[in-house]
Design a protein around this ligand. Sequence first.
Ligand code: AMP
Ligand code: GLY
Length: 424
Amino acid sequence: MKVLIVGSGGREHAIAASVAKSAKVEKIYCAPGNAGIGQLAECVSIGAMEFDKLVAFAKEKAIDFVIVGMDDPLVGGLVDAMEAEGIRTFGPRKNAAILEGSKAFSKDLMKKYNIPTAAYETFDDADAAIAYLKEKAEFPIVLKADGLALGKGVLICNSLAEALEGVATIMQDKKFGDAGNRMVIEEFMTGREVSVLSFVDGKTIRIMTSAQDHKRAQDGDQGLNTGGMGTFSPSPFYTKEVDEFCHQYIYQATVDAMAAEGRPFKGVIFFGLMLTPKGPRVLEYNARFGDPEAQVVLPRMKNDIIEVMEACVDGTLDRIDLQFEDNAAVCVVLASAGYPVSYEKGFVIEGLDRFDREEGYYCFHAGTKLTDKGIVTNGGRVLGVTAKGKDLKEARANAYAATEWVSFANKYMRHDIGKAIDEA
Ligand code: AMP
Ligand code: GLY
């Protein structure tokens, strides 16, 4: 098979690494890809939102299977565009990707189908939101821009003053663009967060292993929200009891709800869960693998990823027995100092080749570029260093040891990825 992967981050590198292991695959293309993906695939410089060019490329190269890794093209309808030309594509169609594309949609879906989540109200105009905050709100409270906002459209407000400022940021100043045309205001919940990824074929859902992300930029969960500074898998807090609850009230219920709405979901549903004192609640849905969750989940998956993805497209996932290694993995993101605000790029990265020689270690590229000087930094999140171990503690020690193998001028990382393991 000839496979085209759409995206350019660490997640797409992790997907490409799994695809490269498939016995069914003879050639991988990636649009636009990065320097690391370029070692496994032929990268083509077409942007993920250039649908016409992507479709034309897939036809020209007689691509057998397309995998869309990123949220924007999914929400924008790339899967529909490929399917219209008869190209088999992994990922939700536009009418199902709305599960991630609109928080108001996903909250309404959960309410209608009794899927446990935080209480909320939706607002189309700022005045109504302000009136609600003044009359009814209890603080802290959570404000969410409706649409995609690079994971940054959520504001936790501790007082009325902060919340009013938040409404101005989202709905009036339009800091997140059109994503802020609508807003969800929801109850603040407390508890540990868990990321659960799943494969879905429209009817059947198969849960992958659990993971936990670290969203803040600095140690001790301080600083700004980022795309994710590191992950571990499995989460020791995702107990058998939690798993049973989620199977009973959340996973299949979500898949059935989407089907009942005439929006059958095929692809990956990422359940962002909070384990509250009242039980697990859905914080958010994503319509794709997490980044950097994929970097700890996929290396532990035993199945041929293409077989699983084809089963999702074909509606035969019920025949797949999804299996994960009985071990653990930790990913530490190496970022450019200053991320997520401002940072320099273009620094040469040394030491990458060691990862080719060490079993159980991976260096997934996120923001890198191949130049005549060699591979250089080209983004805020630069690399995701993943290591496996027999348990979480060993995986964490291995991952941190491996972060020392690579160097670049403004290398920055958190030093407490997986600290929660010690509290389990
Ligand atoms: P989201 O993009 O919806 O996952 O939100 C980003 C982050 O904001 C989550 O990972 C949580 O840490 C936090 N968050 C979102 N919704 C809530 C909530 N209702 N209560 C507490 N924290 C929240
Ligand atoms: N790591 C969180 C996300 O991919 O949305």
